[in-house]
Design a protein around this ligand. Sequence first.
Ligand code: CP
Ligand code: NVA
Length: 308
Amino acid sequence: MKHFINLKDIPAKDLRRILIDAKKRKNVRKKLNNLDSDKGTPLKGKLLIQMFEKSSLRTRLSFFLAISQLSGRTLTLRPDELHLSKGGESIEDTAKILSNFGDAFMLRTDNDKKLEEFKKHLTIPIINGLSPSSHPTQILSDVFTVEEIKKKPISKLNITWIGDSNNVLNSLIAASIKFSFKLKVGCPKKYQPNKSMMNYIKKNKNKITIYNDPKKAVEGADVIFSDKVISMNDKVNKKRKLRDFKNFKISKNLMKKCPRAIFLHCLPRGSEVDENVFKSKQSKVWQQALNRVHVQKSILLYCFGKLR
Ligand code: CP
Ligand code: NVA
């Protein structure tokens, strides 16, 4: 049994095994319907319990399809219907029940400590479906998408992030260390990665460069990543933050500076990308979103110790 909480804590070779498995599985599904099972029904009889303390469209649907295609089932709990928070039931007792009734737990939370606390008490795997500090299932899937489109290992590509230093960027930084790819980050000075991320980058002698000029950050890029300037539960002066990011909008002009680049965005989008970029040929956001199903299947198999 393995947990999937942070890319930082998962060996690079295991992350690569997950991607190899996802590719094999995706290749043989071309003629199948969404709910058709993969050969061998690897998770038959298994129950994935999901809980979202924050909104979700893609993660919710993609985990539903992922476990279904592996022949397991999913049940989604609403946090406001449990005793956990308002009713005062402890994480320890909740975890005991989840472990007895289910086979894996996927949690989207606003509190990183909660993931750790659940991990301590669960006897089944826990998967981080987004926390304030990371979004590992998203980024592992994005590495898959980049390699699928560019037909090259990501270590041979130049990756750029334009946007806020948020959970998604933190996971991209972790991925750049695990998969050894060059990463340029373009953001206003005030919104650079925090001290602990900077220390993590330094400790791992990574080639991450930070630019406060978006034009410099996109030079030579094969992939441009972005995300909303204001994340869920971002307790900031929204007007001011949007204003601070005004020069970091992904526009046609900016994309012209990196003609071979594809555009990726985890979604949902905000005003950080212009409509004519989002809907351009360079944008691969729909393929990116669908790949979450394929990669999460292999993440589930990894957690269950059933990766081939
Ligand atoms: N990208 C992503 O995680 O989307 P949702 O918030 O809709 O799950
Ligand atoms: N950074 C965004 C990602 C949403 C999928 C957020 O946390 O809201």
